[in-house]
Design a binder for this molecule. Sequence first.
Ligand code: APR
Length: 229
Amino acid sequence: MQRIVILTGAGVSAESGLGTFRDVGGLWSRYDLEDVATPGGFARNPRLVHGFYNARRANMRAAEPNPAHAALARLLAAHPGQVTLVTQNIDDLHERAGASPVIHMHGELARALCGACGARWDAPDAMVPEDACPACGAAATRPDVVWFGEIPYHMERIGAALTACDLFVAIGTSGAVYPAAGFVAEAAGHGAETLEINLEPSDTAAAFDRHLHGPASRIVPEWVATLLR
Ligand code: APR
């Protein structure tokens, strides 16, 4: 079995009802990301930012994984250690479909972080600025998500997987945000074949060897079935 790195984006959760960022009506057309997805925005108005993530956490908990999440979980289970699943998504739908491990390079809505001492814990349904850190007591809690201008998580582990893989597959991502948008070039530079699975050609479509276009909930199970034959 070839070594595969899979990178997912908001498109893999779109059919679970979680919406995307840059499609028509996407999150960034309704919120100014400077206000809700940057350290400066959080410093200026932590209550607004907690409210933004509390709403997304509620949506996540009301949503269900779709057949794309389930198919990827089957692929990981069939080839443990051969398939690395990296996601830009902060939802837990991959895990709830049975995928493990899931590398969340932009953090997780289900987790909270203390800005003072670095402690992490399972996030409550709703967070408010007055919440005290369970470890140090400081009222400095935030969602454990990576904001613009911050360093994504697990980059060394992801880099090692990209260097070693035979196939890199991007699923449901626009290729608009780095470093994730640069993974295809990194994998190809080390000799990997590259495949884009997306509703339509992404901003980085030209960088991929092959393309499968259509809704993830149909295309991903079909693609996984060809690998599990
Ligand atoms: N099936 C497959 N692909 C889909 C579907 C679907 N049903 N619906 C939408 N898409 C595709 C869109 O065509 C688009 O290319 O998913 C992609 C979503 O792109 P974005 O909204 O930009 O989401 P993403 O690429 O995950 O954004 C990357 O930007 O704002 C930051 O941190 C945030 O992790 C996010 C990062």
